[in-house]
Design a protein around this ligand. Structure first.
Ligand code: Z5A
Length: 210
C-alpha cells in the first residue's frame, strides 16, 4: 500500500506549523498511525545544512544570488525527496510536508521574479514530472497579518527581512498557481484557529473519501 503526501503551503505566519499538528491529529483519529512530518528546506543532514545556509544573514559579506538560492532550495528538496519522502510513501507511510515545490514557484518565481518555465524545468529534472503531492493545503493570508504574527517571535531570518511588496508578490503567485488545480485546497488563514482547523479537517475528509 502506498502512503499519501499532504503538503501545507503559505506565507510566513500563515499557520503552517499549527496546520501540520491538525493534520497529524486528524490522521491519528482515523487510525492512520504511520505518519512522518518533513519540512522544506530540511529533513536530511545535508538539507538541514542547506537550510542554515539559505536562512542565515551573512551581513553582506557575500550576497546569495537569486539563482543560487533557487538551486539550493532544489538541492535540499531532492535530498529530502529521495532519502525520506519517496521511501516513506512506498512503504505505506503518510507524509505531512511543511512546504514543498509550490513554495519555490511562489517565492523564487513570484517573489524573486525567476521565469516560471525555468523553475518548472528544474522541478521536472529534480523531482520527476509525475511526482506530485496528493493534497496541498494552501493557507491564504494577507502578508501584513502573516508578518505581524511572525514578528511576534522576535528574530527575523534573511528572507523574513524582505519588504511587504515581496510577500505580496508571493501571495499573488500562490493565488495564480492554485487557480483551477483540484489537488490544492485554499484555506482562509485569517479566520480564528478553530475555523481554520475545521476547514482543514473538511479538506482531509474529501481526501479520505477518494
Ligand atoms: N522558501 C523559499 O523561498 N522557497 C522554497 O522553495 C521553500 C522555502 C521551501 C522557510 O522558513 C523559508 O524559506 C520561508 C520560505 C522560504 N521564508 N521565509 N521568510 P521557515 O520554515 O523557517 O518559515 P516558514 O515556513 O515561513 O514558517 P513560519 O514563519 O514558522 O510560519 P508558519 O509555520 O506558517 O506559522 P505558525 O508558526 O504555525 O504560526 C505563526 C503564529 O501565528 C503562531 O504564534 C500561531 O499560534 C499563530 N496563528 C496560527 N494560526 C492562527 C490563526 N488562525 N489566528 C491567529 N493566530 C494564528
Amino acid at each position: 500500500m502506498k502512503g499519501k503526501f499532504i503538503v501545507i503551503e503559505g506565507i510566513e505566519g500563515a499557520g503552517k506549523s499549527t496546520a501540520v499538528n491538525t493534520v497529524k491529529q486528524f490522521l491519528r483519529h482515523f487510525k492512520i498511525q504511520d505518519v512522518i512530518c518533513t519540512r522544506e528546506p530540511g529533513g536530511t543532514v545535508l538539507s538541514e545544512e542547506i537550510r542554515h545556509l539559505i536562512k542565515k544573514n551573512s551581513q553582506n559579506k557575500e550576497i546569495l544570488s537569486d539563482k543560487a538560492e533557487l538551486l539550493l532550495f532544489y538541492a535540499a528538496r531532492v535530498q529530502s525527496l529521495e532519502n525520506i519522502i519517496k521511501p516513506a510513501l512506498s512503504s505505506g507511510t503518510w507524509v505531512i510536508g511543511d512546504r514543498h515545490d509550490l513554495s519555490s514557484q511562489a517565492y523564487q518565481g513570484g517573489g524573486r521574479g525567476i521565469k516560471s518555465e525555468f523553475i518548472k524545468s528544474l522541478a521536472n529534472f529534480t523531482l520527476g514530472s509525475s511526482f506530485r503531492p496528493d493534497l496541498t493545503l494552501y493557507l491564504d493570508l494577507p502578508p501584513e497579518l502573516g508578518l505581524k504574527r511572525a514578528r511576534k517571535r522576535g528574530h527575523l531570518d534573511r528572507i523574513e527581512q524582505q519588504s511587504l511588496v515581496f510577500f505580496e508578490q508571493i501571495r499573488a503567485r500562490y493565488l495564480e498557481l492554485i487557480y483551477d488545480d483540484h489537488r490544492i485546497k485554499m484555506i482562509d488563514a485569517s479566520k480564528p484557529i478553530k475555523k481554520v482547523t475545521a476547514d482543514i479537517q473538511n479538506a482531509l475528509l474529501s481526501l479520505l473519501e477518494k
